[in-house]
Design a binder for this molecule. Structure first.
Ligand SMILES: [Zn+2]
Length: 496
């Protein structure tokens, strides 16, 4: 059990269940905001004491009382929700005598306590990221202070951890007569639209253990992402180990200007060429048109809301199409190659032109690199990233001559020294493969089981830290599962 992966299903809730789901989303936001409020109030209290010149004992006590960690935040929230601050009722007797009854948070019994606690977890995580970033302990872009979440009716999510007791677990997938369902505490059994057979089978044979579930309000539908700890992939579909002194077999993956990826070996043999789907290019035109339609409508009008919804649906569709496509490409790459070399994202970013299409391509490239990395790790393959200053495009893959005047328009690489004529992207892929053979140690560990080594820029997407959980093994982003990750055949949807 060393692999974390996520199964995502589309929910089909009843009207009552939709209300319950929306209430849980609201409760998750409320808990998050309340934890942040409790934290900020405690800090403000501490500052006030220092300003007033209070005794050191009082200051120390107040300092210790500021909840920073997830545990202290959970405790603070639990104390608060039972207190007078969270709710009280005035009882007036016939004689006109008023008495205050402390009730605490009135609706706390209707919501799973898990959901409230996860709000505290998120605040704790956000505060830790902020302090570590401010003190320089954390690398990467600067992380700001956690902010309050706004009320919304169009998106949002909540999360529940799975609780287990012997043969029972709080989150269940498919019960006897309803295989296409997910059971959540306090909400009950919700119908899902996809077949859950693979996940059920994995759970039944102890090859998967549910860790948590996240319910997300999508543009048109509700989704559930079930994160599981899964057994390693079957040895048959893992890449065989190579000899310890074997430095060959690397395949370079170039992000082309026309094709999304071109993979090639050192000697210039093309192993894979994938064109980006046309829908993504046409999607951009549609996006501009829909965005213009929104801006033309009067603010606050019903028509503007409708136009905004149309634009949001379009964005969701493009995102889904791209994600599905990237999963297919990354699967194709890791299934047929055990050693892959990627170019550094940053250098291509510098070279890229300003066209919007390239911006879309850049985002896709980062995501593709991330998927390749964890999928290759699952299959005991290896991924390396070429040196960021390595000129993979401008170097001749045959004689090594560098051609500084190569422009983005040149589709083929024609070498002036040795006379090589090769497709531009394939030339770059061959260079990457050669780079890896010259620069990478043949073995990563004694067993020859390679670990993926990918630079932070590729591996760390914009929000990868936000959903990373404690544990071992590679982590995948919530809301993703590719049906053929584990090598089982893709299930086709039933006709009905
Ligand atoms: Zn040459």
């Amino acid at each position: 059990m060393a692999r974390h992966t996520t199964f995502r299903f589309c929910l089909d809730p009843t009207v009552e269940q939709k209300v319950a789901l929306a209430r849980h989303v609201g409760a998750a936001r409320f808990a998050y905001n309340q934890c942040l409020r409790l934290h900020l109030d405690a800090r403000e209290h501490l500052r006030a004491l220092i300003r007033r010149g209070a005794g050191s004992d009082a200051v120390d006590q107040a300092r210790a009382g500021v909840p920073w960690s997830r545990f202290s935040l959970i405790n603070a929230l639990n104390r608060w929700k039972r207190s007078e601050d969270a709710g009280r009722r005035f009882l007036v007797t016939a004689g006109g005598v008023a008495a205050v009854e402390v009730t605490g948070l009135a609706w706390r019994g209707e919501i799973s306590a898990e959901v409230l606690e996860e709000g505290a977890v998120d605040v704790g995580r956000g505060l830790a990221a902020w302090t570590e970033s401010s003190s320089g302990k954390r690398t990467g872009p600067r992380v700001g202070h956690p902010r309050f979440k706004k009320k919304t009716h169009t998106h949002g999510s909540f999360r529940m951890r799975n609780r287990t007791k012997e043969n029972w677990s709080s989150i269940r997938v498919g019960t006897g007569d309803r295989p296409r369902s997910v059971t959540l505490p306090r909400i009950g059994s919700i119908r899902v639209q996809e077949d859950t057979r693979r996940l059920r089978r994995m759970i039944a044979t102890s090859r998967a253990r549910i860790l948590q579930a996240t319910v997300t309000r999508g543009v048109r539908r509700w989704w559930i992402s079930i994160t599981v700890e899964a057994a390693d992939l079957h040895p048959v579909i893992q890449h065989p180990a190579r000899d310890s002194d074997d430095a060959t077999g690397w395949v370079g993956v170039d992000r082309g200007l026309h094709a999304l990826v071109v993979a090639g070996t050192r000697d210039g043999t093309e192993t894979l060429r994938v064109q980006a789907p046309k829908t993504l290019a046409t999607g951009l035109r549609r996006q501009r048109r829909l965005a213009r339609a929104v801006s033309r409508k009067k603010r606050g009008s019903t028509n503007r809301r409708k136009a905004a919804a149309r634009l949001a649906r379009h964005h969701a569709r493009v995102r889904d199409t791209r994600q599905h496509f990237l999963h297919q490409v990354s699967n194709q790459l890791v299934k047929t190659h055990d050693r892959l070399v990627l170019e550094d994202l940053n250098i291509t970013g510098i070279m890229s032109n300003r066209r919007l299409a390239r911006a879309v391509g850049d985002a896709a490239w980062g995501e593709l690199a991330r998927q390749i990395t964890y999928k290759q790790q699952w299959r005991s393959g290896r991924v390396v990233v070429a040196d960021r200053w390595f000129a993979s495009s401008k170097t001749c893959s045959s004689c090594g001559q560098i051609k500084p005047d190569l422009t983005l328009k040149d589709r083929t690489y024609a070498c002036d020294t040795c006379g090589l004529v090769r497709d531009r992207d394939l030339n770059a892929a061959a260079n990457l493969a050669a780079w890896a053979e010259n620069h990478t140690p043949a073995v990563v560990d004694g067993a020859g089981r390679g670990e993926a080594r990918v630079g932070d820029r590729q591996a760390a997407g914009p929000d990868i830290n936000a959903c990373r959980r404690d544990g071992t093994g590679p982590h995948t982003r919530v809301s993703e599962t590719s049906p053929d990750d584990a090598g089982t055949p893709v299930q086709t949807a039933p006709a009905a």
